[in-house]
Design a protein around this ligand. Structure first.
Ligand code: HGY
Ligand code: MN
Ligand code: MN
Length: 416
C-alpha cells in the first residue's frame, strides 16, 4: 500500500476548536467535563458530533448499544471499511481530551480528506463507542465489549446505576438506542488515538506513543459486612466495624500491587459506606478493587492473594465478606501490521516516538479481538487524567491526529 506523502497534515486549529466546542457540553466544576454515559449531556455531545459528521458528508449508523458509526464512502463500496474512533463519555471529574481526542481526531481526518479531495479505496468509519468509562454503569468499555461478544446485550441493558436506573432504559430515554445489530459490522482495521494518561511520553520528550500492548485489567467488587452501632456508646471490643475492615483490605491491595512493582498497580476508586452517617459504625462497605498489569499471571496472583487475605482480615474481625469479579480483560497485543503503520507514520512525519504499553483500558482493547487494531498516543501534562485539570498541547493533539490520519489513510489505500 502506498504511504501518504509527509506533507499530508490535518488542520490543527480546526481540531482544537472542535475539542473546545465539545468541551462546552457537560462542563465540570473545575474546567474539565462531566458528560457521563447516557445522560442528557451525553445526548447533547452525540448530537453535536452527528451534526459535524453530516456537515462533512458522512452518513450515520447507530447500533442497539448506541454506538455511532459515521461513514465516508470509499471508491470500492464492497471493501471493508477502516474504522477510527474512541469515546465521547467522560468521568464525573473528567478531562476535555480522554476519548474525545480520538473521536474528533477521526472526524478531522475526514475534514482534511474532503479539503484535499483525497479518495480512498476502503470506506472510513468514525466511531463513538458508548460507555467506555464504565463509571455510571460498570464495567468499562461496555459497548465495545458487547460488539466483541464479551457481554450479552441483554446483560448490558440491565446493568443498574447507583440510582437503580437501567442502562438500556437510559439509552432509550436520551433517544440514542439504534436498530442496528451490535457486532454485525465487519472491519478491515481499527485505529484509536488517545492521550497517554501517564507520564512517560512527556518525561521522555516524545511526541507519539506507538502502542504495542495494553495492560490487562481486573475489577473485583468486595462487600464487607459488620454491624451498625453508635460511634460514641459502643465499647471498642464490641464493634463490628466494616469501615475498618475495608481500610485493612485497601492496605492489603496496596501491599500486593507493590509486591509486583513496577509492573503492577492496584487501588480502589469506588467505595460506598453504609449508612454513611457521622455517628454510626459502618455496617456495610462496598468497594471495587482495580488491579492492572501487562502480565496475566501477575493479575491472577493479585486476585488470588486479595481473596485469601481479605477473608483472613474479615474472619479475624468477625466481619462478613463477599467477593465478585465485576469486570476485566486480559493483556492485549495489538496487530503488528497496524502498529507498523503507526510507527512508520510517526517516522515519515518526523515526530519523535517510542513503543508504549497502554496503562489504561480502551475500546481498542476489545476491538482487537474483532479486527487488526492499533493505537496512537500523545503526551498529557504531568501524565494526569481522570482529573478535570487534564491538559494537552495543541502541538501534541496535532501530531497525534497527523499520525492517526497517515495510518488510517495508508490502510484505507489512497486512490490516485
Ligand atoms: O478504566 C480505564 O482504563 C478506562 O479509562 N476506562
Ligand atoms: Mn478513554
Ligand atoms: Mn477514561
Amino acid at each position: 500500500m502506498a504511504a501518504p506523502g509527509e506533507n499530508l497534515k490535518i488542520n490543527g486549529e480546526r481540531l482544537w476548536d472542535s475539542l473546545m466546542e465539545m468541551a462546552k457540553i457537560g462542563p465540570g466544576i473545575a474546567g474539565g467535563n462531566n458528560r457521563q454515559t447516557v445522560t442528557d449531556e451525553d445526548g447533547e455531545g452525540r448530537a453535536l458530533f452527528q451534526k459535524w459528521c453530516e456537515a462533512a458528508g458522512m452518513t450515520m449508523g447507530l447500533d442497539q448499544m448506541g454506538t455511532m458509526f459515521a461513514r465516508r464512502e470509499g471508491t470500492d463500496p464492497d471493501a471493508l471499511p477502516v474504522y477510527v474512533g474512541s469515546h465521547l463519555d467522560t468521568q464525573p471529574t473528567g478531562g476535555k481530551y480522554d476519548g474525545v481526542l480520538g473521536v474528533l481526531g477521526g472526524l478531522e481526518i475526514i475534514r482534511t480528506l474532503n479539503d484535499l479531495d483525497i479518495k480512498t479505496k476502503h470506506p472510513i468509519v468514525v466511531t463513538n463507542w458508548t460507555n467506555e468509562e464504565g463509571t455510571r454503569f460498570a464495567p468499562a468499555m461496555l459497548a465495545s465489549g458487547v460488539f466483541a461478544g464479551m457481554h450479552t446485550q441483554d446483560w448490558a441493558y440491565n446493568i443498574e446505576d447507583a440510582g437503580g436506573k437501567k442502562f438500556g432504559d437510559e439509552l432509550a430515554r436520551i433517544g440514542w438506542r439504534g436498530d442496528e445489530e451490535v457486532g454485525a459490522r465487519k472491519m478491515h482495521a481499527f485505529f484509536e488515538l488517545h492521550i497517554e494518561q501517564g507520564p512517560i511520553l512527556e518525561a521522555e520528550g516524545k511526541d507519539i506513543g506507538v502502542v504495542t500492548h495494553g495492560q490487562g485489567l481486573s475489577w473485583t467488587q468486595v462487600t464487607v459486612t459488620g454491624k451498625e452501632s453508635h460511634t460514641g456508646s459502643t465499647p471498642m471490643p464490641m464493634r463490628k466495624n466494616a469501615g475498618l475492615g475495608a481500610a485493612k483490605i485497601l492496605q492489603l491491595v496496596d501491599d500486593i500491587a507493590w509486591s509486583h512493582a513496577p509492573d503492577a498497580v492496584g487501588a480502589a476508586g469506588h467505595m460506598d459506606v453504609f449508612p454513611n452517617s457521622r455517628n454510626v459504625i459502618p455496617g456495610r462497605v462496598v468497594f471495587t478493587v482495580d488491579f492492572r498489569s501487562p502480565t496475566l499471571a501477575t493479575i491472577e496472583d493479585m486476585e488470588a492473594r486479595l481473596a485469601v487475605g481479605a477473608k483472613e482480615i474479615c474472619d479475624e474481625m468477625g466481619l462478613g465478606i463477599e467477593i465478585e469479579k465485576v469486570g476485566g480483560f486480559d493483556p492485549v497485543e495489538f496487530d503488528e501490521g497496524c502498529v507498523t503503520a503507526v510507527r512508520n507514520a510517526a517516522e515519515r512525519l518526523g515526530y519523535s516516538h517510542r513503543d508504549l504499553i497502554s496503562g489504561a483500558g480502551h475500546d481498542a482493547c476489545w476491538i482487537n479481538r474483532k479486527a487488526p487494531t492499533a493505537m496512537v498516543m500523545c503526551p498529557c501534562v504531568d501524565g494526569l487524567s481522570h482529573n478535570e485539570a487534564e491538559e494537552i498541547s495543541r502541538e501534541w493533539a496535532t501530531a497525534g491526529a497527523d499520525v492517526l490520519m497517515h495510518a488510517v489513510v495508508e490502510t484505507a489505500e489512497i486512490v490516485k
